[in-house]
Design a protein around this ligand. Structure first.
Ligand code: MGD
Ligand code: MGD
Ligand code: SF4
Ligand code: MO
Length: 697
C-alpha cells in the first residue's frame, strides 16, 4: 500500500513540535520528528510518538452519548449527532431564556486550540463566560509582566544568551519541543545556568547555581536578587534612568530583603543568593525563564511574575538578543487569545461586565483572560453573583485537574446541564448529560500561534476522523446552526481563512508553505518611544495599580498553609507538599490509558528524602496515604535525595485504571482552592502542608 507523509504540528502538549505522520490506507502508521521545524528541529517525545495508540484506542469514544436513567448515574446510550446537538441546543437556549445568556459557561482545559472558536460562539450567544485554567497556568505570568512592561515574559531567547535563569521551570519535561534546542544551543555557547527549584531536576543538578528554595517563598527570593543587584550597583543604569519609573521607591523597598534575612525565609544560603544575583546581573545578556505552572500557582503569583519582570528590566534584558523578547504572532488580533475573539470585548458593555471574576479581580475586565474556574463555582452552587446553570467542557477534566476535587465534583453535580467533549471517558465526562467525540489533532485542520514566539504554523490533518468523531470547530458550527446563531462561521475553511486574514493568506495557500514568521524585532520601545504601560515606562513602582487596589510593588506573602502561617497545623502536618512537576510521558490527567506511556510511570510516586522516609519508617516502593487537612490519597514512596528533607513532591493527573481513582489517586483531592492570589486568582497548589500515614498491613 502506498505511504504518504504529512508534515503537521503535534497538539499532544503545548510545545507543538513539528511531526511527520506516515499514512497508509487512511490510517496513521508511523510518526517522526520534523527536522525542518524551526523550534523542535526533529525532536519528538514519547507522547507524540504514541499518537497511533491514542487515535485507534479501543476505548476511544466514537459516537455521541446521551445519559439515560439517573442523572447521578453513569449510563449512557449512543445517539446521533443530530439528536445530541439538538438536545444541547435545547438546554442552552432554555437556560438563556430563563436565566440569561451568562448562565451558560463554556470551558476548555489547557489550550488545545479551541479558545478562539469557543469565544466567538459565546459572543454570538451572549455569554461573557469562557472558563479555563489560565489562573493556574500562563495567566498570572501574562498579567504580572504585561502590567509592568506591556508585554508577556514568554519569549526567552535562550540560544543567544550568556546566562539563563530557570525559575520554577523544568523545560526538559514541560516544554522540550519549544525550548530544549535553544537551551542546549545556549549552554553549548557557554551560557551560565541558574535554576530556582525545590527539587533536583536534571537541569537543577547540572546547573552552575541551583537554589533549592522552600516552596512558595519565591517572591522573597526575587526581591533579594533585586536587593543585591541594586546595592552593588549592578543594574543597567542607562536603561533604568531612561526607561523605568519608580526606581528609587523600588530601591528603598528592597533594602529590607538582604540575603541574610531572606535566607531564613527561603532556606537558600545568603552566599548563594548573592552569587546567583551577581552572575545574572553581570552576564549581559541574561534571560529569565519562568515556568508557566511553577510561577503561576501561588497566592502571590502576581507579585512573583512582577518581580521576575522587574529583575529582567533593571538588568537591561528586555527585548535584547539573548534576553526576554517581545514577539508578536503574525496573526495578531486573530491569534489564539487575540482580542478579536475575546467574548466580552464583542458583547455590549453591560453584558461584558458580567464576566465571572471581573468583579473580584480588577485586571480581568481589562485583558482577554478567561474566567477562573474558582470564580465560576460559586455561581453554580450559590448563584453568586448570579446563577450559572449549564456548562460545556472542551478537553477538560475538571474533576482531576482543578484543586479540591471533591468540591469540584460536587459543584459539577449542581448543574442543570453539563456536556463534555473528550476522546475518552473520565471522572468529568461521567457527570455529563451529553458526551461528544472530538477528532484527534491528526484528524483536523488548524493553525497555531500560541506561545510560538514569532511563528505561525499550519496544522493540516493527516487522516479523516475515525467515524463518527468530529472536528470540534464543526461541532460548534453544528451547534450554532441548531441554535440560530446565524453569524457563526459556516465551515472550517471559513474559520481558518478568517484567522489567517492578517497574514493575507487562505488556509489552502498557507498549507503549501506550512510556516510563517515575523522578523524578530529588538528594543521596539525605542522605535515607539514608549512601553505600552500607563507611564510609558517599565512600571517598577506601578503607581496606577494602587487605584485598582493592588500593591504597586511586589509583596511577599507566606503560603497560607505553611510552617510560618500555621505553626499548629504544621505540627500535625509536618511536611511541605508541592505538586504537579511534569512527567515527560503524561499530559496532566491524560495518557494513563496509553500502554506504552503508562508502563514508563505506572504509579503516582511521592518524592521524599530517604532520611525523612527512615524517620517515618516507610520504605522505597511502599504504598502510603498522603494526607492534608482536606483528604488523603494513596501514593507510592520514591526515595529522592535531591529534595529538602522537609519537602515532598507529588505528581498530578493519576486516576485511570483504579476504581474511584479520582478519589483515591488524584492529588487534587488533597490540594486547596483558597486563598487565591487577590490579583490573578492563582491557586496555592505548589506549597501546602501534608503528612505521610502508613497503611494498615
Ligand atoms: N495539583 C496540580 N494540579 C494541576 C496542575 C499542577 O501543577 N498541580 N497543573 C494545572 C495546569 S497548569 C493546567 S493547565 C490544568 C490542565 O487541566 P486539563 O486541561 O483539564 O488537563 P488534561 O487532564 O490534560 O485534559 C483533559 C482532557 O482533555 C482530553 N483531550 C486531549 N486532547 C483533546 C482534544 O484535542 N479535544 C478534546 N475535546 N479533548 C481532548 C483528554 O482526554 C483529557 O481527558 O491542570 C492543572 N492541575
Ligand atoms: N509532559 C508534560 N508537559 C507539560 C504539561 C504536562 O502535564 N506534561 N503541562 C503543560 C502546562 S499546561 C504547563 S502550565 C506547563 C508548566 O511548566 P513548568 O512550570 O515548567 O512545569 P512544572 O513541572 O509545573 O514546574 C516546574 C518546576 O517548579 C518546581 N517547583 C515546585 N514548587 C515550586 C516553588 O514553590 N518555587 C519554585 N521556584 N519552584 C517550584 C517543580 O519542582 C518543577 O520542577 O507545562 C506544560 N507541559
Ligand atoms: S513534546 Fe511531545 S507531546 Fe509535546 S508537542 Fe512535542 S512531540 Fe508532541
Ligand atoms: Mo497549564
Amino acid at each position: 500500500m502506498a505511504t504518504t507523509k504529512v508534515k503537521t504540528i503535534c497538539f499532544e502538549c503545548h510545545s507543538r513540535c513539528g511531526l511527520v505522520l506516515e499514512v497508509e490506507g487512511g490510517r496513521v502508521t508511523a510518526v517522526h520528528g520534523d527536522k525542518d521545524h524551526p523550534h523542535s528541529h526533529g525532536y519528538s517525545c514519547p507522547k507524540g510518538r504514541a499518537c497511533m495508540e491514542i487515535i485507534y484506542h479501543p476505548d476511544r469514544i466514537t459516537t455521541p452519548l446521551i445519559k439515560v436513567g439517573d442523572r447521578r448515574g453513569s449510563r449512557f446510550e449512543k445517539a446521533s449527532w443530530d439528536d445530541a446537538l439538538g438536545l444541547i441546543a435545547e438546554r442552552l437556549l432554555a437556560s438563556r431564556e430563563q436565566w440569561g445568556a451568562e448562565s451558560v459557561v463554556f470551558g476548555a482545559g489547557t489550550t488545545r486550540g479551541m479558545a478562539p472558536y469557543i469565544n466567538r460562539f459565546l459572543a454570538l450567544f451572549g455569554s461573557p463566560n469562557f472558563m479555563a485554567p489560565s489562573n493556574m497556568s500562563g495567566g498570572p505570568l501574562a498579567l504580572g509582566s504585561a502590567t509592568t512592561t506591556g508585554f508577556g515574559l514568554v519569549d526567552p531567547d535562550y540560544a543567544n544568551t550568556r546566562c539563563m535563569l530557570l525559575w520554577a521551570h523544568n523545560p526538559e519535561n514541560s516544554w522540550p519541543g519549544l525550548y530544549l534546542y535553544d537551551i542546549n544551543q545556549g549552554l553549548k555557547n557557554g551560557a551560565t545556568l541558574i535554576v530556582v527549584d525545590p527539587r533536583g531536576t536534571r537541569f537543577a543538578k547540572k546547573a552552575d547555581h541551583w537554589l533549592r528554595l522552600r516552596p512558595g517563598t519565591d517572591v522573597a527570593l526575587v526581591l533579594s536578587f533585586i536587593h543585591v543587584i541594586i546595592e552593588n550597583d549592578l543594574y543597567d543604569k542607562a536603561f533604568v534612568e531612561q526607561w523605568t519609573s519608580g526606581f528609587d521607591r523600588l530601591r528603598k523597598y528592597v533594602a529590607d530583603f538582604a540575603p541574610e534575612k531572606v535566607e531564613a525565609v527561603t532556606w537558600v544560603p545568603a552566599g548563594q543568593i548573592k552569587t546567583a544575583a551577581t552572575v545574572f546581573a553581570t552576564a549581559r545578556p541574561a534571560v529569565v525563564g519562568p515556568g508557566m505552572g511553577g510561577v503561576c500557582q501561588a497566592n502571590d503569583a502576581f507579585d512573583l511574575t512582577r518581580g521576575l519582570t522587574i529583575l529582567a528590566a533593571i538588568t537591561g534584558n528586555l527585548e535584547v538578543p539573548g534576553g526576554n523578547l517581545n514577539c508578536t504572532p503574525p496573526t495578531r488580533r486573530r491569534s489564539c487569545y487575540g482580542s478579536d475573539y475575546d467574548a466580552p470585548r464583542n458583547l455590549p458593555p453591560d453584558q461584558a461586565a458580567k464576566k465571572l471574576g471581573a468583579d473580584i479581580y480588577p485586571l480581568f475586565g481589562l485583558v482577554p483572560i478567561p474566567c477562573p474556574p474558582q470564580a465560576v463555582w460559586p455561581a453554580i452552587t450559590e448563584g453568586k453573583p448570579y446563577p450559572v446553570k449549564a456548562l460545556g467542557l472542551f478537553a477538560n477534566n475538571s474533576v482531576c485537574a482543578y484543586p479540591h476535587s471533591a468540591k469540584v465534583r460536587s459543584v459539577l453535580q449542581h448543574l442543570d446541564f453539563l456536556f463534555s467533549v473528550d476522546y475518552f471517558h473520565t471522572p468529568t465526562t461521567e457527570l455529563a448529560d451529553v458526551i461528544l467525540p472530538p477528532a484527534h489533532w491528526s484528524e483536523r485542520d488548524d493553525v497555531e500561534d500560541l506561545l510560538m514566539k514569532n511563528h505561525l504554523f499550519c496544522q493540516p490533518k493527516a487522516v479523516e476522523p475515525v467515524p463518527e468523531c468530529r472536528d470540534e470547530k464543526e461541532i460548534l458550527i453544528g451547534l450554532a446552526q441548531k441554535m440560530g446563531l446565524t453569524e457563526y462561521w459556516k465551515s472550517v475553511t471559513e474559520i481558518l481563512d478568517y484567522r489567517l486574514e492578517p497574514v493575507g493568506m487562505t488556509f489552502s495557500e498557507f498549507k503549501k508553505i506550512g510556516v510563517f514568521a515575523n522578523p524578530v524585532e529588538y528594543r521596539r520601545y525605542e522605535k515607539m518611544g514608549r512601553f505600552r504601560t500607563p507611564s510609558g515606562k517599565v512600571e517598577l513602582y506601578a503607581e496606577y495599580l494602587t487605584g485598582l487596589g493592588i500593591a504597586p510593588l511586589p509583596v511577599f506573602r507566606e503560603p497560607d498553609e505553611g510552617p510560618v502561617s500555621q505553626p499548629e497545623l504544621y505540627e500535625e502536618y509536618p511536611l511541605i507538599l508541592t505538586t504537579g512537576g511534569r512527567n515527560i510521558v503524561y499530559y496532566h490527567s491524560s495518557h494513563r490509558n496509553i500502554p506504552s506511556l503508562r508502563k514508563k510511570a505506572p504509579d503516582p510516586e511521592l518524592q521524599i528524602h530517604p532520611d525523612t522516609a527512615a524517620d517515618l519508617g516507610v520504605s522505597e516502593g511502599e504504598w502510603v496515604f498522603l494526607a492534608t487537612p482536606r483528604a488523603k490519597v494513596e501514593i507510592k514512596i520514591r526515595f529522592f535525595e535531591e529534595i529538602d528533607p522537609r519537602v515532598v513532591h507529588a505528581p498530578h493527573g493519576f486516576w485511570y485504571g483504579v476504581e474511584e481513582g479520582w478519589r483515591r489517586l488524584n492529588i487534587n483531592m488533597v490540594t486547596n482552592d483558597e486563598p487565591l492570589c487577590p490579583v490573578t486568582a492563582s491557586v496555592p497548589i505548589k506549597a501546602l502542608l501534608c503528612r505521610v500515614e502508613k497503611m494498615a498491613p
